[in-house]
Design a protein around this ligand. Structure first.
Ligand SMILES: *Cc1c(COP(=O)(O)O)cnc(C)c1O
Length: 372
């Protein structure tokens, strides 16, 4: 079955008996055991049919054997980190989501160290990979600088030492990039972003092919209780149906806006993997199907004034929804990161991030031109 058909049909089979064309939302927290033909539902923290429909669809998008949904992207990340043992080291992209930095900060007390590496530099990765490495965590494209890491090359190097590789694929979405096909072991999603697509759910997911990981993640989730509710699963599955349409439109609009921003005298460095001048443009062209809808740039004017003037862009964190957003990482998403680290990473106080939505791009372009 093709990708776009899976989005609409997997886990959305008409309900036996009634024929509902969308699956019912199973709100029950517990299940009568004698009423089940094949006993498999016990308690909502463990099993829920609405959640399982979403999970089957998510797994199918990467031709994966397993997907588990979580109460947030952070909950999915926490669960993935349970693969690590005291004494082990986590190697991570140095330019990760702000919340991911906060999550990794918690690892020290469990005796796990974190080494941040610029994963666009394979020699730096080779130097960091040691026998005590328990996991390589890639974010690509990175947030907010949109650096692109070569998932296949990194996976080959990590696998040579038996180290599993996780890709936070939130920024790309499964429409644009499928990490398991590129050689990674686990895809992580904040389903809050492109999968929901409507900025009305917080959720996460882990997608992979390992029975061992599945057993461990399922047990961790059931123990920790970081499960999403049935209503949220329903909304996420509803969002998935239009994900391809939304993401393709968002990518096209982003490319249009990049062409416009390139011409503006008010823009310094412009970051977008679709630009031929982007340092990893060739890797992006090889491993991504489209270049995404996040754009970052250095604004040479007054940032506060720009954020005041835009009308079609909401000043808000997050991304991947139908509505276009604008934010300043140093003031908003990356504020928890020490200023010194931000500077070292190249996240200046005048860096602006756009998350392009599905509005008519002529309105978005006119708004930006006016505000700039
Ligand atoms: C939003 C985001 C997360 C965290 O997800 P939540 O759903 O907010 O918990 C993790 N990684 C990336 C790249 C994100 O954009």
């Amino acid at each position: 079955m093709e990708f776009d058909t899976k989005l609409v049909q997997i886990g959305q089979e008409p309900h036996p008996g009634t024929g509902d064309i969308v699956p019912p939302i199973h709100l029950a927290s517990t299940f009568e055991q004698r009423a089940q033909q094949d006993l498999r539902y016990f308690y909502g923290r463990g099993e829920n049919p609405t959640r399982e429909g979403l999970e089957r669809c998510l797994a199918s998008l990467e031709d994966a054997s397993y997907a588990l949904a979580f109460s947030s992207g952070q909950a999915a990340g926490t669960t993935a980190l349970s693969l690590l043992s005291p004494g082990q080291k986590l190697i991570s992209s140095d330019d990760v989501y702000g919340g991911t930095f906060l999550l990794f900060d918690l690892l020290g007390r469990y005796g796990i160290t974190v080494e941040y590496v610029d994963l666009t530099d394979l020699d730096a990765l080779d130097a960091a990979l040691t026998d005590d490495t328990g996991l390589v965590w890639i974010e690509t494209p990175t947030n907010p600088l949109l650096k692109v890491a070569d998932v296949t090359a990194i996976s080959e190097r990590a696998h040579a030492l038996g180290v599993p590789v996780l890709v936070d694929n939130t920024f790309a979405s499964p429409v644009v990039q499928r990490p398991l096909a590129l050689g990674a072991d686990i895809s992580l999603y904040s389903t809050t972003k492109f999968i929901s697509g409507h900025s009305d759910v917080i959720g996460g997911a882990l997608v992979h092919n390992s029975e061992d990981f599945h057993t461990r993640f399922f047990r961790y989730r059931t123990a920790a209780g970081n499960v999403p509710g049935a209503l949220d699963c329903y909304l996420l599955h509803r969002g998935l149906k239009t994900m391809s349409l939304r993401v393709r439109r968002q990518n096209e609009s982003a490319e249009h806006l990049v062409r416009l921003l390139r011409e503006s005298p008010k823009i310094g460095a412009l970051h977008y993997p679709g630009l031929a001048a982007h340092p990893q443009h060739e890797i992006a062209a090889r491993q991504m199907d489209g270049f995404g809808s996040i754009i970052t740039f250095e604004y040479l004017g007054d940032v506060a004034e720009l954020l005041e003037k835009v009308e079609r862009f909401a000043v808000a964190v997050s991304l991947g929804g139908v509505r276009s957003l604008i934010e300043c990482p140093a003031l908003m998403t990356h504020r928890p990161i020490p200023a010194e680290t931000r500077r070292r990473l190249g996240i200046g106080d005048n860096l602006i991030r756009l998350a392009v939505g599905i509005e008519d791009v002529r309105d978005l372009a006119a708004d930006l031109e006016r505000a700039l």
